[in-house]
Write a protein that binds this ligand. Sequence first.
Ligand SMILES: NC(=O)c1ccc[n+]([C@@H]2O[C@H](COP(=O)([O-])OP(=O)(O)OC[C@H]3O[C@@H](n4cnc5c(N)ncnc54)[C@H](O)[C@@H]3O)[C@@H](O)[C@H]2O)c1
Length: 434
Amino acid sequence: MKIAVIGSGYVGLVAGACFADTGNQVICVDVDRKKVDALKRAEIPIYEPGLETLVRRGTAQGRIHFTTSTAEATAASEIIFMAVGTPTLPNGDSDLSFLKAASEEVARSMNGYKIIVNKSTVPIGSHRVVADWMALHTKHLFDVVSNPEFLKEGSALDDFLKPDRVVIGTTKEEVYNKMADLYAPFVRQGNPILWMDPVSAEITKYACNSFLAARISFMNELALLCEKVGGDIEHIRRGMSTDTRIGKHFLYAGLGYGGSCFPKDIKAMLATARQQGVPLEVVAAAEAANVRQKQHMVTKVQNHFGRNLEGHTFALWGLAFKPNTDDMREAPSITIVQGLTEAKAKIRAFDPVAMENAKSILGNKITYCNSAFEALEGADALLLITEWNEFRHPDFLQVKRTLKNPVIFDGRNTFNPREIRELGFTYYGIGRKV
Ligand SMILES: NC(=O)c1ccc[n+]([C@@H]2O[C@H](COP(=O)([O-])OP(=O)(O)OC[C@H]3O[C@@H](n4cnc5c(N)ncnc54)[C@H](O)[C@@H]3O)[C@@H](O)[C@H]2O)c1
Protein backbone atom coordinates (compact mmCIF):
# COMPACT_ATOMS: atom_id res chain seq x y z
CA MET A 1 0.00 0.00 0.00
CA LYS A 2 1.01 3.63 -0.41
CA ILE A 3 1.23 5.35 2.94
CA ALA A 4 2.02 8.83 4.21
CA VAL A 5 2.91 9.49 7.83
CA ILE A 6 2.58 13.12 8.90
CA GLY A 7 4.92 13.77 11.85
CA SER A 8 8.16 11.77 12.09
CA GLY A 9 8.70 11.64 15.85
CA TYR A 10 8.69 8.66 18.19
CA VAL A 11 5.40 7.31 16.83
CA GLY A 12 5.45 8.44 13.21
CA LEU A 13 8.97 7.25 12.50
CA VAL A 14 8.41 3.87 14.13
CA ALA A 15 5.10 3.38 12.31
CA GLY A 16 6.60 4.47 9.00
CA ALA A 17 9.66 2.22 9.36
CA CYS A 18 7.53 -0.79 10.33
CA PHE A 19 5.04 -0.31 7.50
CA ALA A 20 7.96 0.03 5.06
CA ASP A 21 9.50 -3.15 6.45
CA THR A 22 6.36 -5.09 5.55
CA GLY A 23 6.61 -4.05 1.92
CA ASN A 24 4.56 -0.85 1.84
CA GLN A 25 5.69 2.32 0.12
CA VAL A 26 5.99 4.95 2.85
CA ILE A 27 6.60 8.71 2.81
CA CYS A 28 7.34 10.24 6.22
CA VAL A 29 6.74 13.95 6.56
CA ASP A 30 7.96 16.42 9.14
CA VAL A 31 7.92 20.21 9.37
CA ASP A 32 11.35 20.10 11.00
CA ARG A 33 13.72 20.39 8.04
CA LYS A 34 16.80 19.45 10.10
CA LYS A 35 15.09 16.24 11.18
CA VAL A 36 14.11 15.40 7.61
CA ASP A 37 17.62 16.10 6.31
CA ALA A 38 19.08 13.83 8.99
CA LEU A 39 16.56 11.08 8.18
CA LYS A 40 17.46 11.32 4.49
CA ARG A 41 21.01 10.46 5.55
CA ALA A 42 19.51 7.58 7.62
CA GLU A 43 20.51 9.39 10.83
CA ILE A 44 17.90 8.82 13.51
CA PRO A 45 17.08 11.92 15.56
CA ILE A 46 15.77 9.92 18.54
CA TYR A 47 17.11 7.03 20.59
CA GLU A 48 14.99 3.95 19.99
CA PRO A 49 16.66 0.51 19.94
CA GLY A 50 16.54 -1.15 16.50
CA LEU A 51 14.99 1.79 14.68
CA GLU A 52 18.13 2.80 12.81
CA THR A 53 18.49 -0.67 11.26
CA LEU A 54 14.90 -0.61 10.05
CA VAL A 55 15.14 2.89 8.61
CA ARG A 56 18.42 2.07 6.87
CA ARG A 57 16.91 -1.09 5.38
CA GLY A 58 13.79 0.77 4.20
CA THR A 59 15.90 3.53 2.71
CA ALA A 60 18.28 1.14 0.96
CA GLN A 61 15.36 -0.77 -0.55
CA GLY A 62 13.62 2.43 -1.61
CA ARG A 63 10.50 1.78 0.45
CA ILE A 64 10.74 4.73 2.83
CA HIS A 65 11.28 8.38 1.90
CA PHE A 66 11.41 11.57 3.92
CA THR A 67 10.14 15.00 2.99
CA THR A 68 8.93 18.27 4.44
CA SER A 69 6.16 18.36 1.84
CA THR A 70 2.79 17.15 3.12
CA ALA A 71 1.39 17.91 -0.33
CA GLU A 72 3.81 15.54 -2.08
CA ALA A 73 3.19 12.76 0.48
CA THR A 74 -0.59 13.17 0.40
CA ALA A 75 -0.84 13.12 -3.36
CA ALA A 76 1.21 9.92 -3.55
CA SER A 77 -0.65 8.00 -0.83
CA GLU A 78 -3.94 6.23 -0.23
CA ILE A 79 -3.70 6.06 3.59
CA ILE A 80 -2.47 9.07 5.57
CA PHE A 81 -1.42 8.65 9.19
CA MET A 82 -1.53 11.67 11.48
CA ALA A 83 1.27 11.26 14.02
CA VAL A 84 1.93 14.83 15.09
CA GLY A 85 2.29 15.85 18.72
CA THR A 86 -0.76 16.69 20.85
CA PRO A 87 0.82 18.32 23.93
CA THR A 88 -1.02 19.73 26.91
CA LEU A 89 -2.17 23.36 27.06
CA PRO A 90 -1.84 25.23 30.37
CA ASN A 91 -5.55 24.58 31.11
CA GLY A 92 -5.15 20.79 30.71
CA ASP A 93 -6.78 20.59 27.26
CA SER A 94 -4.88 19.07 24.34
CA ASP A 95 -3.15 21.44 21.98
CA LEU A 96 -4.57 20.37 18.63
CA SER A 97 -2.90 23.12 16.60
CA PHE A 98 -0.35 20.72 15.02
CA LEU A 99 -3.12 18.29 14.11
CA LYS A 100 -5.25 21.10 12.68
CA ALA A 101 -2.39 22.46 10.56
CA ALA A 102 -1.54 18.97 9.30
CA SER A 103 -5.19 18.07 8.57
CA GLU A 104 -5.78 21.26 6.61
CA GLU A 105 -2.59 20.79 4.62
CA VAL A 106 -3.53 17.20 3.82
CA ALA A 107 -7.03 18.31 2.78
CA ARG A 108 -5.65 21.01 0.49
CA SER A 109 -3.31 18.48 -1.15
CA MET A 110 -5.82 15.71 -1.83
CA ASN A 111 -6.17 14.44 -5.39
CA GLY A 112 -8.83 11.79 -4.73
CA TYR A 113 -10.34 9.63 -1.96
CA LYS A 114 -8.05 9.07 1.08
CA ILE A 115 -8.23 7.27 4.40
CA ILE A 116 -7.07 9.62 7.15
CA VAL A 117 -5.85 7.83 10.28
CA ASN A 118 -5.66 9.55 13.66
CA LYS A 119 -2.59 7.85 15.10
CA SER A 120 -1.88 10.74 17.45
CA THR A 121 -3.55 10.44 20.83
CA VAL A 122 -6.46 12.84 20.54
CA PRO A 123 -9.38 13.98 22.68
CA ILE A 124 -12.62 12.06 22.44
CA GLY A 125 -14.54 13.12 19.34
CA SER A 126 -11.46 14.26 17.42
CA HIS A 127 -12.22 12.06 14.42
CA ARG A 128 -15.23 14.35 13.81
CA VAL A 129 -13.21 17.49 14.48
CA VAL A 130 -10.54 16.45 11.96
CA ALA A 131 -13.23 15.63 9.39
CA ASP A 132 -14.80 19.08 9.88
CA TRP A 133 -11.45 20.87 9.53
CA MET A 134 -10.65 18.93 6.37
CA ALA A 135 -14.07 19.30 4.75
CA LEU A 136 -13.53 23.06 4.53
CA HIS A 137 -10.42 22.56 2.36
CA THR A 138 -11.24 19.74 -0.07
CA LYS A 139 -13.95 18.56 -2.40
CA HIS A 140 -12.62 15.01 -2.39
CA LEU A 141 -14.11 12.24 -0.29
CA PHE A 142 -12.28 10.84 2.72
CA ASP A 143 -12.85 8.81 5.87
CA VAL A 144 -11.27 9.52 9.24
CA VAL A 145 -10.27 6.44 11.25
CA SER A 146 -9.20 6.34 14.88
CA ASN A 147 -6.24 4.00 15.25
CA PRO A 148 -4.58 4.77 18.59
CA GLU A 149 -1.00 3.72 19.17
CA PHE A 150 0.04 1.72 22.22
CA LEU A 151 3.80 1.42 21.70
CA LYS A 152 6.17 2.09 24.58
CA GLU A 153 9.33 4.11 24.01
CA GLY A 154 12.34 1.87 24.54
CA SER A 155 10.55 -1.18 23.08
CA ALA A 156 8.63 0.64 20.37
CA LEU A 157 9.64 -1.63 17.48
CA ASP A 158 8.66 -4.80 19.29
CA ASP A 159 5.40 -3.24 20.39
CA PHE A 160 4.57 -2.10 16.88
CA LEU A 161 5.66 -5.27 15.10
CA LYS A 162 3.98 -7.57 17.64
CA PRO A 163 1.13 -5.56 19.17
CA ASP A 164 -1.09 -7.05 21.90
CA ARG A 165 -3.95 -5.80 19.74
CA VAL A 166 -4.66 -3.28 17.04
CA VAL A 167 -7.63 -0.96 17.61
CA ILE A 168 -9.43 0.35 14.55
CA GLY A 169 -12.24 2.81 15.05
CA THR A 170 -14.45 3.27 12.01
CA THR A 171 -18.08 2.71 11.17
CA LYS A 172 -17.31 1.57 7.60
CA GLU A 173 -16.58 -2.07 6.87
CA GLU A 174 -14.53 -1.41 3.73
CA VAL A 175 -12.32 1.03 5.66
CA TYR A 176 -11.87 -1.48 8.48
CA ASN A 177 -10.94 -4.18 5.94
CA LYS A 178 -8.29 -1.99 4.35
CA MET A 179 -6.77 -1.12 7.74
CA ALA A 180 -6.93 -4.74 8.91
CA ASP A 181 -5.13 -5.76 5.74
CA LEU A 182 -2.36 -3.25 6.44
CA TYR A 183 -1.89 -4.57 9.98
CA ALA A 184 -2.26 -8.29 9.11
CA PRO A 185 1.53 -8.96 8.99
CA PHE A 186 1.87 -7.80 12.61
CA VAL A 187 -0.78 -10.10 14.09
CA ARG A 188 0.10 -13.40 12.48
CA GLN A 189 0.44 -15.01 15.89
CA GLY A 190 -3.26 -14.45 16.48
CA ASN A 191 -3.42 -11.23 18.47
CA PRO A 192 -6.69 -9.48 17.65
CA ILE A 193 -7.51 -6.56 15.42
CA LEU A 194 -10.40 -4.94 17.26
CA TRP A 195 -13.05 -3.19 15.18
CA MET A 196 -15.04 -0.59 17.02
CA ASP A 197 -16.62 2.81 16.54
CA PRO A 198 -14.22 5.79 16.54
CA VAL A 199 -15.35 7.21 19.89
CA SER A 200 -14.74 3.88 21.62
CA ALA A 201 -11.31 3.67 19.97
CA GLU A 202 -10.42 7.15 21.23
CA ILE A 203 -11.60 6.31 24.74
CA THR A 204 -9.74 2.98 24.71
CA LYS A 205 -6.41 4.77 24.38
CA TYR A 206 -7.10 7.13 27.29
CA ALA A 207 -8.58 4.30 29.34
CA CYS A 208 -5.43 2.18 29.01
CA ASN A 209 -3.09 4.98 30.00
CA SER A 210 -5.28 6.16 32.87
CA PHE A 211 -5.64 2.63 34.20
CA LEU A 212 -1.90 1.98 34.06
CA ALA A 213 -1.19 5.34 35.70
CA ALA A 214 -3.68 4.47 38.45
CA ARG A 215 -1.83 1.19 39.10
CA ILE A 216 1.46 3.06 39.46
CA SER A 217 -0.06 5.70 41.74
CA PHE A 218 -1.72 3.00 43.84
CA MET A 219 1.64 1.35 44.43
CA ASN A 220 3.31 4.68 45.15
CA GLU A 221 0.70 5.50 47.78
CA LEU A 222 1.13 2.04 49.34
CA ALA A 223 4.89 2.67 49.39
CA LEU A 224 4.33 5.85 51.40
CA LEU A 225 2.25 3.84 53.85
CA CYS A 226 5.04 1.23 54.05
CA GLU A 227 7.52 3.93 54.95
CA LYS A 228 5.34 4.88 57.91
CA VAL A 229 4.32 1.44 59.18
CA GLY A 230 7.41 -0.56 58.24
CA GLY A 231 6.29 -2.81 55.36
CA ASP A 232 8.31 -3.46 52.22
CA ILE A 233 6.59 -2.53 48.96
CA GLU A 234 8.68 -5.08 47.03
CA HIS A 235 7.23 -7.95 49.09
CA ILE A 236 3.78 -6.50 48.67
CA ARG A 237 4.27 -6.15 44.92
CA ARG A 238 5.18 -9.82 44.65
CA GLY A 239 2.21 -10.75 46.81
CA MET A 240 -0.05 -8.81 44.49
CA SER A 241 1.48 -9.60 41.12
CA THR A 242 1.24 -13.37 41.61
CA ASP A 243 -2.53 -12.96 41.77
CA THR A 244 -3.52 -13.73 38.18
CA ARG A 245 -6.44 -11.30 38.47
CA ILE A 246 -3.91 -8.50 38.99
CA GLY A 247 -0.89 -9.50 36.88
CA LYS A 248 2.63 -8.18 37.14
CA HIS A 249 2.86 -5.05 35.01
CA PHE A 250 2.93 -1.43 36.18
CA LEU A 251 3.12 -2.32 39.87
CA TYR A 252 6.50 -0.80 40.61
CA ALA A 253 6.72 1.95 43.20
CA GLY A 254 9.13 4.69 42.19
CA LEU A 255 9.44 8.39 41.53
CA GLY A 256 6.10 8.83 39.79
CA TYR A 257 5.23 8.35 36.13
CA GLY A 258 6.51 10.75 33.48
CA GLY A 259 7.03 10.69 29.74
CA SER A 260 5.19 12.15 26.82
CA CYS A 261 2.01 10.13 27.29
CA PHE A 262 0.70 9.35 30.77
CA PRO A 263 0.76 12.88 32.25
CA LYS A 264 -0.62 14.44 29.08
CA ASP A 265 -3.27 11.82 28.35
CA ILE A 266 -4.55 11.84 31.91
CA LYS A 267 -4.89 15.62 31.83
CA ALA A 268 -6.72 15.40 28.51
CA MET A 269 -9.10 12.74 29.81
CA LEU A 270 -9.81 14.78 32.93
CA ALA A 271 -10.42 17.87 30.80
CA THR A 272 -13.01 15.99 28.72
CA ALA A 273 -14.60 14.59 31.88
CA ARG A 274 -14.87 18.11 33.34
CA GLN A 275 -16.44 19.45 30.16
CA GLN A 276 -18.97 16.60 30.20
CA GLY A 277 -19.70 16.91 33.91
CA VAL A 278 -18.59 13.34 34.60
CA PRO A 279 -16.22 13.17 37.57
CA LEU A 280 -13.47 10.65 36.89
CA GLU A 281 -12.38 10.63 40.50
CA VAL A 282 -10.09 7.60 40.31
CA VAL A 283 -8.16 9.18 37.45
CA ALA A 284 -7.97 12.53 39.24
CA ALA A 285 -6.63 10.80 42.36
CA ALA A 286 -3.99 8.97 40.29
CA GLU A 287 -2.79 12.29 38.94
CA ALA A 288 -2.73 14.01 42.34
CA ALA A 289 -0.80 11.10 43.85
CA ASN A 290 1.72 11.35 41.02
CA VAL A 291 2.32 15.05 41.58
CA ARG A 292 3.06 14.25 45.25
CA GLN A 293 5.28 11.30 44.36
CA LYS A 294 7.51 13.35 42.08
CA GLN A 295 8.38 15.54 45.10
CA HIS A 296 9.01 12.57 47.37
CA MET A 297 12.70 12.09 46.60
CA VAL A 298 13.50 15.70 47.45
CA THR A 299 11.70 15.31 50.80
CA LYS A 300 13.71 12.17 51.54
CA VAL A 301 16.98 13.94 50.76
CA GLN A 302 15.97 16.87 52.97
CA ASN A 303 14.94 14.53 55.79
CA HIS A 304 18.49 13.17 55.75
CA PHE A 305 20.56 16.28 55.00
CA GLY A 306 18.30 19.09 56.27
CA ARG A 307 15.96 21.49 54.51
CA ASN A 308 18.68 23.86 53.37
CA LEU A 309 20.96 21.89 51.07
CA GLU A 310 23.49 24.66 50.49
CA GLY A 311 26.99 23.22 50.38
CA HIS A 312 25.70 19.78 49.36
CA THR A 313 26.23 18.10 46.01
CA PHE A 314 24.20 15.16 44.72
CA ALA A 315 24.99 12.67 41.96
CA LEU A 316 22.04 11.76 39.75
CA TRP A 317 22.25 8.53 37.79
CA GLY A 318 19.75 8.75 34.97
CA LEU A 319 17.68 11.68 33.71
CA ALA A 320 15.36 10.15 31.08
CA PHE A 321 11.84 9.40 32.25
CA LYS A 322 12.59 5.68 31.90
CA PRO A 323 15.42 3.47 30.59
CA ASN A 324 16.08 2.86 26.89
CA THR A 325 14.86 6.23 25.77
CA ASP A 326 16.28 9.73 25.48
CA ASP A 327 12.83 11.23 26.12
CA MET A 328 12.89 13.80 28.91
CA ARG A 329 9.29 14.96 28.63
CA GLU A 330 7.72 15.19 32.11
CA ALA A 331 10.61 13.16 33.55
CA PRO A 332 10.65 12.99 37.38
CA SER A 333 14.28 14.12 37.17
CA ILE A 334 13.06 17.60 36.17
CA THR A 335 11.01 17.96 39.39
CA ILE A 336 13.85 16.52 41.47
CA VAL A 337 16.46 18.86 39.98
CA GLN A 338 14.13 21.80 40.56
CA GLY A 339 13.45 20.81 44.19
CA LEU A 340 17.11 20.19 45.01
CA THR A 341 18.41 23.33 43.34
CA GLU A 342 15.69 25.44 45.01
CA ALA A 343 17.07 24.09 48.30
CA LYS A 344 20.47 25.33 47.04
CA ALA A 345 22.04 21.92 46.34
CA LYS A 346 24.47 21.33 43.47
CA ILE A 347 23.88 18.46 41.05
CA ARG A 348 26.20 16.30 38.97
CA ALA A 349 24.34 14.03 36.54
CA PHE A 350 24.91 11.32 34.00
CA ASP A 351 22.48 9.60 31.64
CA PRO A 352 23.63 7.13 28.96
CA VAL A 353 21.57 8.74 26.16
CA ALA A 354 19.39 11.61 27.41
CA MET A 355 22.14 14.19 28.10
CA GLU A 356 21.44 16.33 25.02
CA ASN A 357 17.68 16.45 25.64
CA ALA A 358 18.34 17.09 29.33
CA LYS A 359 20.54 20.08 28.46
CA SER A 360 17.72 21.64 26.46
CA ILE A 361 15.40 21.39 29.49
CA LEU A 362 17.68 21.77 32.51
CA GLY A 363 20.21 24.13 30.94
CA ASN A 364 23.06 25.10 33.24
CA LYS A 365 21.21 24.22 36.46
CA ILE A 366 23.35 21.08 36.78
CA THR A 367 26.79 19.74 35.86
CA TYR A 368 26.73 17.14 33.07
CA CYS A 369 29.25 14.34 33.57
CA ASN A 370 30.80 11.89 31.13
CA SER A 371 30.22 8.78 33.21
CA ALA A 372 28.29 7.49 36.19
CA PHE A 373 31.44 7.48 38.35
CA GLU A 374 32.46 10.97 37.31
CA ALA A 375 29.07 12.15 38.63
CA LEU A 376 29.91 10.71 42.05
CA GLU A 377 33.07 12.78 42.48
CA GLY A 378 32.62 15.18 45.38
CA ALA A 379 28.96 14.19 45.85
CA ASP A 380 27.32 13.72 49.24
CA ALA A 381 24.98 11.01 48.02
CA LEU A 382 23.95 9.03 44.96
CA LEU A 383 20.36 9.36 43.70
CA LEU A 384 19.33 6.62 41.29
CA ILE A 385 16.70 8.23 39.07
CA THR A 386 16.45 6.05 35.95
CA GLU A 387 17.03 2.29 36.19
CA TRP A 388 19.28 1.88 33.15
CA ASN A 389 20.78 -1.62 33.08
CA GLU A 390 24.29 -0.27 33.41
CA PHE A 391 23.43 1.19 36.83
CA ARG A 392 22.11 -2.06 38.29
CA HIS A 393 25.36 -3.68 39.40
CA PRO A 394 27.97 -0.99 39.92
CA ASP A 395 31.14 -1.62 41.87
CA PHE A 396 29.70 -0.48 45.20
CA LEU A 397 33.10 -0.33 46.88
CA GLN A 398 34.21 2.15 44.26
CA VAL A 399 30.92 4.03 44.70
CA LYS A 400 31.66 4.23 48.41
CA ARG A 401 35.24 5.37 47.86
CA THR A 402 34.15 8.09 45.41
CA LEU A 403 31.22 9.56 47.34
CA LYS A 404 31.87 11.96 50.23
CA ASN A 405 29.23 10.11 52.28
CA PRO A 406 28.08 6.53 51.69
CA VAL A 407 24.42 7.41 51.15
CA ILE A 408 22.20 6.03 48.38
CA PHE A 409 18.67 7.13 47.50
CA ASP A 410 17.33 4.43 45.21
CA GLY A 411 14.35 5.94 43.42
CA ARG A 412 13.62 2.71 41.54
CA ASN A 413 14.17 0.05 44.19
CA THR A 414 16.90 -1.34 41.97
CA PHE A 415 19.48 -2.28 44.57
CA ASN A 416 19.37 -4.94 47.29
CA PRO A 417 18.98 -2.94 50.54
CA ARG A 418 20.52 -5.65 52.73
CA GLU A 419 23.66 -5.97 50.58
CA ILE A 420 24.03 -2.22 50.33
CA ARG A 421 23.70 -1.72 54.07
CA GLU A 422 26.20 -4.52 54.75
CA LEU A 423 28.69 -2.56 52.66
CA GLY A 424 28.25 0.36 55.04
CA PHE A 425 25.86 2.53 53.04
CA THR A 426 22.86 4.34 54.37
CA TYR A 427 20.18 3.18 51.94
CA TYR A 428 16.81 4.73 51.16
CA GLY A 429 14.48 3.02 48.71
CA ILE A 430 10.84 3.81 47.98
CA GLY A 431 8.58 2.08 50.47
CA ARG A 432 11.29 -0.32 51.65
CA LYS A 433 11.83 -1.55 55.13
CA VAL A 434 14.47 0.50 56.96
N1 LIG B 1 5.80 8.75 22.26
C1 LIG B 1 5.03 7.73 22.61
O1 LIG B 1 5.47 6.82 23.32
C2 LIG B 1 3.61 7.65 22.14
C3 LIG B 1 2.91 6.43 22.25
C4 LIG B 1 1.59 6.37 21.82
C5 LIG B 1 0.97 7.50 21.29
N2 LIG B 1 1.67 8.68 21.21
C6 LIG B 1 1.00 9.84 20.63
O2 LIG B 1 1.46 10.01 19.29
C7 LIG B 1 1.52 11.41 18.96
C8 LIG B 1 2.94 11.76 18.52
O3 LIG B 1 3.80 11.55 19.63
P1 LIG B 1 5.38 11.54 19.47
O4 LIG B 1 5.95 11.15 20.80
O5 LIG B 1 5.74 10.77 18.25
O6 LIG B 1 5.64 13.11 19.22
P2 LIG B 1 6.99 13.79 18.70
O7 LIG B 1 6.96 15.15 19.26
O8 LIG B 1 8.15 12.90 18.92
O9 LIG B 1 6.76 13.86 17.11
C9 LIG B 1 5.83 14.70 16.48
C10 LIG B 1 6.45 15.20 15.19
O10 LIG B 1 5.45 15.89 14.43
C11 LIG B 1 6.09 16.95 13.75
N3 LIG B 1 5.06 17.90 13.29
C12 LIG B 1 4.38 18.83 14.00
N4 LIG B 1 3.50 19.46 13.22
C13 LIG B 1 3.61 18.93 11.98
C14 LIG B 1 2.95 19.15 10.74
N5 LIG B 1 1.98 20.05 10.61
N6 LIG B 1 3.34 18.41 9.68
C15 LIG B 1 4.32 17.49 9.79
N7 LIG B 1 4.97 17.22 10.95
C16 LIG B 1 4.61 17.93 12.02
C17 LIG B 1 7.07 17.50 14.76
O11 LIG B 1 8.09 18.26 14.16
C18 LIG B 1 7.59 16.21 15.40
O12 LIG B 1 8.75 15.72 14.75
C19 LIG B 1 1.06 12.15 20.22
O13 LIG B 1 -0.32 12.41 20.11
C20 LIG B 1 1.30 11.15 21.33
O14 LIG B 1 0.46 11.32 22.42
C21 LIG B 1 2.98 8.78 21.61
